[in-house]
Design a protein around this ligand. Structure first.
Ligand code: GLN
Length: 291
């Protein structure tokens, strides 16, 4: 291990960066292309670049923004200021969607509040026959969505989901997935420094964090075909409230799944298809740890 790397790590630790050793190693590899355990010292130019990145990370800019890309499932997304960083927590949302599309040929899929497009792109990679559209309103996030969807066959639409549902044809969609903003006002006020650097528009779910779930459960059922699915990422304390919204707005087969950290993370709601007449009350207790 060389002195430059040790200094970088110590600087991030002193700044209170969580996982400082990991972040230091990532930044070191990014700049030098070498393993930080090697003795070989960085060149002057590399040291200058490392110094600039260390200052930004010590000021708690997200590591993802500094690296400019981040892995999600089995692929890599472009990421930077203006868009929510893809998170490992969301992978289970994508996996639930892929599972629910099994047996549906050439499905039509919407990813609402798409950000980088991680969820929609993950579905499209698993299902090349799917017709996926990612919808994002924010002008700051939009270039990232465009960059990530370019050349993939996934469509990107810049629109506000609070009105966009009016443009959709009834019973034309197989599955809708979304990681909407869901932090409460209190959580917004207590954000970690890194999360405070991410766009508020991607995080702020209104006073109780549920504004987008009210919209999605109320207005996005018409567009789904009977038996179609609405698959939502949630905050770990929101399962009961979002399932209750689903029930109120006539969804069936409501259930919740945990992420790989063991937190409630996904709500699955199905549009009635004639086979399910009753809300399955017990489903609220169902947790499948792995798919
Ligand atoms: N998981 C994010 C966080 O806790 C929130 C993402 C969202 O609001 N959709 O920072």
């Amino acid at each position: 291990m060389n002195a430059v790397f040790r200094g970088l790590r110590a600087r991030l630790e002193a700044a209170g960066v969580p996982d400082a050793a990991f972040d230091a190693a990532q930044l070191y590899r990014f700049v030098t292309g070498r393993d930080p355990r090697l003795e070989e010292a960085p060149s002057d130019e590399e040291s200058r670049r490392l110094e600039a990145l260390a200052a930004r990370r010590a000021a708690r800019e997200p590591l993802q923004y500094l690296l400019g890309e981040w892995d999600f499932l089995d692929f890599t997304l472009k990421v930077g200021p203006g868009v929510l960083c893809p998170r490992a927590d969301s992978e289970v949302v994508c996996e639930a969607a892929i599972e629910k599309l099994q047996g549906r040929p050439a499905p039509v899929v919407l990813d609402l509040c798409a950000g980088t497009g991680c969820l929609g792109l993950g579905v499209a990679r698993a299902r090349p026959d799917a017709q996926v559209t990612c919808v994002e309103k924010s002008p700051e996030a939009w270039p990232w969505l465009q960059a990530n969807t370019a050349g993939t066959g996934v469509a990107a639409v810049q629109a506000d989901i609070f009105t966009w549902y009016r443009t959709l044809r009834a019973e034309s969609v197989d599955l809708i997935l979304s990681n909407p903003p869901y932090l409460t006002a209190e959580e917004m006020a207590r954000r970690m420094p890194e999360t405070a650097r991410e766009p508020a528009a991607a995080l702020d779910g209104g006073p109780d964090g549920l504004d987008f779930y009210r919209l999605l459960t109320e207005h996005y059922q018409t567009a789904l075909r009977p038996g179609g699915w609405l698959i939502l990422e949630i905050g770990c304390a929101q399962a009961g409230a979002v399932l209750a919204l689903g029930r109120r707005h006539g969804w069936h087969s409501g259930s919740c799944r945990r992420d790989y950290g063991g937190n409630d993370r996904v709500i699955l709601l199905q549009k009635p298809d004639g086979k399910y007449r009753q809300w399955d009350g017990k489903a609220e207790e169902i947790h499948n740890k792995r798919l």
